[in-house]
Design a binder for this molecule. Structure first.
Ligand SMILES: Nc1ncnc2c1ncn2[C@@H]1O[C@H](COP(=O)(O)OP(=O)(O)O)[C@@H](O)[C@H]1O
Ligand SMILES: [Mg+2]
Length: 465
């Protein structure tokens, strides 16, 4: 069963078991009432039978049975019960009463009265059989008195007893429900206050909620909510900074483009104009590259794309990227090498983004390494990690700038080259999305840079992923 309201839910789980308990209680009350009614009936029956038996006498050798009126009147409780009796000698001769009052089955006359149930003229009865010796009539003695009563007063007694008990239980249940409801309203009040605080549109939506007046059970929830707000705020701040930064970064090349265009327009000589236009083209290309990097970065951000879990062969991807860059390497006379120390290089991730990551690392290595240098891309494995390293013997990055180069738009100016400062920011996002780590360090020779990316893997060639 699905219950929407917490209040109803609590109420249900408190009152349903309570109602169960009440039911059990009513049933046991019924059993007790029934026992009591049986006992009262049996006592009256026995008293009546004893009264009849004690009045039996022997007159002139003949048994004389007089039914005393009191013996019958004691059954008169106003419920219209019928009473049937019989008095018989030992050998079955009917001395008084109705001939076919049922006898207990089996009936061995004894010293103790026998209480039993039976039916007479289609009416259910409670009966007693009492065996009584008669002094002076040894042959016929003892005589047996059977007396039975219909169940009206017996049943009325049960109902009376039960009614009181049921009334009590129902009142108890109603009082419990009322108390529980009052208790809930009071107990849930802090929760309602919290809800109001969350919904209050006069508050700053990202301001933390107060935790002091909150019950201990709710505090973790409020703290989690506050932590969540803090993260959202941090992310929004970062986003705002990024947009401001990006707008600023876009303005600079645009201004440059406009200046160059004006310059080309004013140029008189054909040679001068050609030079100006090719500068313009170059700036436009860089600008386009930067916009592309911005797009890539926004796609690499958490939540920007649906998380992809493709099977990506890291070595194969790296090889393809290197092929693309072979022309650049050739033109800069850089020895671009590839080394694969591990056969299994399949990881799970977003193929497009992992490729962008390698592109940016190789691009950096080729861009900042001077002519005639060397760049080595290698793939290996350490424990449960696939390791991709891009090593070069260029200028490297000064240790105090290492943490900053992953920031957006941050560039190490001393290293020259053209760029947007977004490449390593993209790398960081992609690696984070793949749950890996990226580190920068100088090679043992001290000259150059090693970028090491570690990503969980490899996975089995044919396992699902
Ligand atoms: N392999 C490298 N060798 C030396 N410096 C590097 C290398 N890779 C990156 N850098 C430095 O880190 C800075 C940030 O790199 P990146 O985020 O890719 O931006 P961009 O390359 O567009 O400038 C670069 O400006 C560069 O100075
Ligand atoms: Mg770069």
């Amino acid at each position: 069963m699905k219950i929407e309201s917490l209040r109803t839910h609590l109420l249900f789980w408190l009152l349903a078991p309570l109602a169960g308990v009440v039911l059990v209680n009513v049933f046991s009350s019924y059993l007790a009432a029934s026992n009591t009614a049986d006992m009262v009936t049996d006592r009256t029956l026995l008293a009546s039978a004893t009264t009849i038996a004690e009045e039996i006498s022997v007159i002139d050798g003949v048994i004389d049975v007089q039914i005393p009126p009191a013996a019958i009147e004691m059954f008169n409780t106003g419920h219209g019960d019928l009473v049937f009796y019989s008095v018989r000698t030992r050998n079955g001769q009917l001395l008084a009463g109705y001939p076919d009052v049922p006898a207990p089955n089996p009936h061995e006359p004894g010293a103790h009265p026998v209480f039993y149930e039976g039916a007479y003229r289609q009416r259910p009865l409670h009966l007693v059989a009492l065996t009584h010796p008669i002094i002076g009539a040894p042959e016929e003695s003892p005589v047996t008195v059977l007396i039975g009563q219909t169940l009206n007063s017996h049943d009325e007694l049960i109902i009376d007893l039960l009614r009181g008990s049921i009334e009590q239980q129902v009142i108890l249940l109603a009082v419990a429900a009322a108390l529980v409801l009052i208790g809930f309203s009071r107990g849930l009040a802090p929760l309602m206050r919290l809800r109001d605080a969350v919904l209050d549109d006069k508050r700053d939506a990202l301001a933390p909620l107060p935790t002091t007046s909150v019950q201990t059970e709710l505090r973790p929830l409020v703290e989690a909510l506050n932590e969540y707000k803090r993260r959202v705020r941090a992310q929004m701040d970062a986003q705002r900074r990024f947009i401001a930064n990006a707008a600023h970064q876009i303005k600079t090349p645009l201004t440059l483009l406009m200046t160059q265009a004006a310059f080309a327009e004013r140029a008189k000589a054909a040679g001068e104009r050609k030079e100006a236009l090719s500068a313009l083209q170059n700036s436009a290309r860089q600008f386009a590259h930067m916009v592309n990097q911005l797009l890539t970065l926004s796609r690499a951000e958490p939540g920007a794309r649906r998380p992809r879990h493709e099977r990506v062969d890291l070595a194969e991807t790296a090889r393809l990227v290197l092929e693309e860059f072979s022309g650049v390497a050739l033109s800069r006379e850089i020895d671009l090498g590839f080394e694969q120390a591990e056969e299994k290089t399949i990881i799970v991730g977003d193929e497009t983004m992992l490729r962008e990551m390698i592109v940016n690392l190789v691009d950096n290595a080729l861009r900042y390494t001077p002519v005639g240098g060397s760049v080595l891309v290698s793939i290996g494995r350490q424990a449960e990690m696939c390791v991709l390293t891009v090593a070069d013997n260029g200028p490297g990055i000064p240790p105090d700038e290492t943490p900053r180069v992953f920031e957006r738009f941050y560039r190490v100016l001393a290293n020259g080259g053209e760029g947007s400062g977004l490449g390593l920011a993209i790398v960081r996002e992609v690696v984070a999305a793949a749950e890996g780590q990226v580190t920068l360090r100088p090679p043992p020779t001290g000259h150059g840079l090693i970028v090491e990316v570690r990503i969980p893997g490899p996975v089995e060639e044919n396992s699902g992923g």
